[in-house]
Design a protein around this ligand. Structure first.
Ligand code: ADP
Length: 401
């Protein structure tokens, strides 16, 4: 069974075609600058060179049409006809409280995704456009919605409530939801497998450190807490997002700079994080690491502050779970930055965790980075959100008639 995985952003669309039984990637690609001048599609069939083509993409439907054309292209394509695509899995950012797991998409599901769109105004509408476009172009193919928030729906009330008037939760559903759920679920499961432990009987902390960053505490296969909140702005310091701050900062910055709330929110989302802390050096950890080793003050400040917060969250999640068996690092920074991992893990000696410095040099590969005798284990586990989406899609669609 071939599953097309679609991840629709506001101006981009990532896709992968995966053979669900063998879990092999057949092809992948990206449409960029949808609705903007200079749009282009790139396409890579596994084992072949990447092909990039500039072509107008006024909307997502055009983009999906181009994806389907690329997949079936006589010369470079990977399937003879669209009939070979058996199911589509859509990444949906916000499921609110409506979805605790992946579901087959029908009109009720679409309505429920629409209902929570005000919780993710940049993402959910784009996700819905992707669903509608696929429905039009592949009307007979079953589709599945896989939510970034679903895995975190097991959080207890004490973890998801804010200290706000309760009616804000009751009336407006203002609470912590968490994101990157597909990744936290995939990595924590894989960690249990590697340790040879029962997923339903172990305590795992997953550090998903990419441009967006979040941590989760997974106990006995259930998410107990995670660092992102109502939106992905809460929690860790990120590439350009500020993470958790005192809300009074917003009012004070408005007073001092004459900016509007919208402008300040834009700064908190796009000009803060390690980028802001470094005094505009970069949001990319490759640049910041270069600066760190050259002792550039802004880069040192950004990386040290980032790692301090990761360490602090880990400590609090050990408390949440009353212990921890393993700490996992994943996503762009987590998989590729030995210095970030070292600065975090060197401060966790009190847990009985010892870093294996040599193993920690790993980039983008699954590896245990704690010593054999370390009481708490540490791992690098590359995430694969697309494969996780394909697995859920396959599980829900394989028995459909
Ligand atoms: P997202 O999906 O949130 O955009 P990714 O998980 O792709 O983010 O992570 C992107 C980030 O990973 C980059 O901004 C960069 O900081 C970091 N990164 C990628 N490769 C490396 C590397 N070799 N060393 C250090 N950091 C890296």
């Amino acid at each position: 069974m071939k599953v097309l995985v679609i991840n629709c952003g506001s101006s981009s669309l990532k896709f992968q075609l995966i053979d669900a039984e063998s879990e092999q990637l057949i092809a992948k690609g990206l449409c960029e600058r949808i609705g903007i001048e200079g749009s282009r599609i790139s396409f890579t069939a596994t084992g072949k060179d990447k092909i990039t083509r500039e072509t107008p993409m006024p909307d997502h439907k055009t983009a999906i049409n181009l994806v389907l054309a690329a997949l079936t292209d006589k010369e470079h394509g990977v399937v003879k006809s669209l009939d070979e695509i058996n199911a589509v899995g859509h990444r949906i950012v916000h499921g609110g409280e409506n979805f605790t797991k992946s579901v087959i998409i029908d009109e009720d599901v679409i309505k429920a995704i629409e209902e929570v769109s005000d919780l993710a105004p940049l993402h959910n509408p784009a996700n819905l456009i992707g669903i509608r476009a696929c429905q039009e172009l592949m009307p007979k193919v079953p589709m599945v919605a896989v939510f970034d928030t679903a895995f975190h729906q097991t959080m207890p009330e004490e973890a998801y409530l804010y200290g706000l008037p309760y009616e804000y939760y009751a009336k407006y559903k203002i609470r912590r939801y968490g994101f990157h759920g597909t990744s936290h679920s995939y990595v924590s499961k894989r960690c249990a497998e590697i340790m040879g432990k029962d997923y339903n009987d172990c305590k795992i902390i997953v550090c998903h450190l990419g441009n967006g960053a979040s941590i989760s505490a997974v106990k006995d296969g259930k998410c107990m807490d995670t660092s992102m909140g109502l939106t992905p702005l809460e929690g860790l310091i990120m590439g350009t997002r500020c993470g958790s701050i005192d809300p009074s900062v917003i009012e004070l910055v408005e007073q001092k700079t004459q900016m509007t709330t919208k402008q300040v929110m834009n700064i908190l989302n796009k000009e803060s994080g390690v980028y802001g802390l470094s005094d505009d050096i970069s949001s990319d950890f490759r640049d910041l690491e270069d600066g760190y080793f050259a002792k550039v003050p802004g880069a040192v400040r950004a990386i040290d502050t980032f790692c301090y917060h990761v360490m602090k969250y880990i400590g609090s999640y050990v408390a949440v779970m009353n212990g921890v068996d393993a700490i996992c690092f994943t996503a762009g920074v987590g998989e590729n930055s030995p210095i970030v991992r070292k600065l975090v893990l060197d401060r966790l000696g009190y847990l009985g965790l010892t870093l294996d410095e040599e193993a920690n040099e790993v980039h983008g590969k699954e590896k245990m980075i704690s010593t054999e005798d370390s009481k708490v284990k540490a791992y690098v586990i590359p995430t694969n959100e697309e494969l996780a989406i394909a697995r859920d899609t396959y599980a829900l669609c394989k028995n459909l008639k």
